[in-house]
Write a protein that binds this ligand. Structure first.
Ligand code: B4P
Length: 224
């Protein structure tokens, strides 16, 4: 059928309604859109709630969770070569070298479940990691949908972490993790702002209040 033979007086309605009412003069089958694959990054200082919010978001997005902190803690517990080299950095509150992180993440991202999107929690944490992630995603034609920065006052962060009491939540280690955040991770904010991907979210308040803010941003990003 030629386009100029399609009647011009079709009512202005959603395409689904037009098709199901049989108003189109040619056959057309609509296939339901598969669940959109979303790739989201969480950036924030230690204790900002990346892990806490990731738990809530996973159920909502139905994508795999890539937490480099969890991957490292598992590697440390299993005493793998990566874990053994990471441990001393984590104990001091320093970032683990990019080479270790990129090998862990590169392997995980190439697993088939990540083709359906992923939630990157605590990665990237340096501009070099962000550039490598960009290359990995471009090579597999997987776009990044958004970067969520969680903002929390430093006093609140220290209080939250002191209450949690993980091995790396000692006051001097927390201080060093904050130094590493300001020096090595904060430059990522302008990196992603320039790419038009950054969304800053107020991380103060209860986890449910913070999640409601994240959800509002996601609902704008999510393709129909
Ligand atoms: P991570 O495991 O990523 O830990 P984090 O930044 O300390 O914590 P997160 O922000 O997830 O806090 P959470 O929700 O748990 O990193 C640990 C270490 O691994 C790093 O220091 C580094 O050495 C290494 N590492 C990881 N990734 C790396 C990378 N890409 N490159 C190099 N090194 C890397 O919340 C913390 C506490 O706050 C919890 O007790 C929680 O219950 C509480 N909380 C959360 N939200 C709250 C809220 N709204 N109100 C009150 N309390 C809240």
């Amino acid at each position: 059928m030629r386009l100029d033979s399609v009647p011009q007086d079709l009512p202005a309605q959603p395409l689904t309604a037009v098709v199901s009412a049989g108003l189109l003069p040619y056959p057309l089958t609509l296939h339901p859109h598969p669940s959109p694959a979303m790739r989201i990054i969480f950036i924030g200082p230690p204790g900002a709630g990346k892990g806490t919010q990731a738990e809530r978001l996973l159920e909502y997005l139905k994508v795999p969770h890539l937490s480099t902190g969890d991957m490292l803690r598992e590697a440390v517990a299993r005493k793998t070569p990566e874990g053994l080299s990471a441990q001393e950095y984590m104990n001091r509150g320093d970032l683990v070298p990019d080479s270790v992180i990129l090998s862990l993440v590169g392997r995980r991202l190439s697993e088939p479940d990540c083709a359906a999107g992923c939630l990157l929690d605590g990665f990237p944490r340096t501009v070099a990691q962000a550039e490598s992630l960009g290359e990995l995603l471009a090579a597999s034609n997987q776009p990044l949908d958004g970067v969520m920065e969680l903002r929390v006052d430093e006093e609140d962060l220290i209080q939250r972490l002191a209450q949690r009491g993980r091995a790396d939540d000692q006051p001097d280690v927390i201080r060093q993790r904050l130094v590493a955040y300001h020096k090595q991770t904060e430059p990522l904010l302008s990196f992603y702002r320039h790419l038009g991907l950054l969304h800053s979210i107020d991380g103060a308040g209860s986890p449910d209040q913070v999640f409601a803010r994240i959800q509002a941003v996601l609902d704008h990003l999510r393709p129909e």
